[in-house]
Design a protein around this ligand. Structure first.
Ligand code: ITT
Ligand code: NA
Length: 199
């Protein structure tokens, strides 16, 4: 059966396909771009979980198919958890990863190494056309570099060095990142729920 990936972020789609396939999910995974007529939902929630549910329900309602969604972001300790749910538009224009990363680095330029703790957070939501919903969350803790390094992944990956690592997320292989990432944890947790509800 088909399962909609309710996202238009290609970095997420690549990772989700690998994470879900590695977890043994055999559903046909179809990105939101296969439904260009369905408008993007306004992310009016105040938590990752609320926004992930909004996106999953919108696609499930519009397609009549089960949908999973990912809402995620970078939460910086010294900024009280910002950019958080605003990570995709921190510098103003939605999805401008380079501008977002550069603004954040500038904001942290005076912050010393011991105060550069942060985590990525991901809420993985499943919604069915009948309104059934589930959410699983995952986090990856690390420290923020003072300059970007690496070309893998997407978004803020070049500046987050996961705990216990000497490389940034953008210097890890896709497999290495997925094994420890917020997204890997959240969606590996969601897979048994998908199996239970969809078979
Ligand atoms: P969809 O809503 O279509 O899924 P989006 O890019 O708007 O796509 P979000 O609102 O969840 O998604 O924003 C997530 C932002 O958080 C994303 O733009 C990245 O900057 C950042 N982010 C999330 N996961 C990340 C990861 O694994 N590595 C680096 N940055 C990440
Ligand atoms: Na969001």
């Amino acid at each position: 059966t088909r399962l909609i990936l309710a996202t238009r972020n290609n970095g997420k789609i690549t990772e989700l396909r690998a994470i879900l396939a590695d977890a043994g999910l055999t559903h046909e995974l179809v990105g939101a771009d296969a439904y260009p007529e369905i408008p993007d939902v306004k992310e009016t929630g105040v938590t990752f979980a609320e926004n992930a549910l909004l996106k999953a329900h919108a696609l499930a309602q519009a397609t009549g198919l089960p949908a999973v969604a990912d809402d995620s972001g970078l939460c910086v300790d010294v900024l009280g958890g910002a950019p958080g749910i605003f990570s995709a538009r921190w510098a103003g224009r939605h999805g401008d990863d380079t501008a977002n990363l550069n603004l954040l680095l500038a904001q942290l330029s005076d912050i010393s190494a011991e105060h550069r703790g942060a985590h990525f957070a991901c809420a993985a939501a499943l919604a069915l056309p009948d309104g059934t919903e589930r959410v699983v969350e995952g986090r990856m803790r690390g420290a923020l570099r003072t300059a970007p390094a690496g070309s893998g992944g997407f978004g803020y990956d070049p500046i987050l060095q996961p705990e216990g690592e000497t490389r940034t997320c953008a210097e890890l292989t896709a497999e290495e990142k997925n094994a420890i990432s917020h997204r890997g944890k959240a969606f590996r947790g969601l897979v048994p729920v998908v199996r239970e509800l969809l078979g």
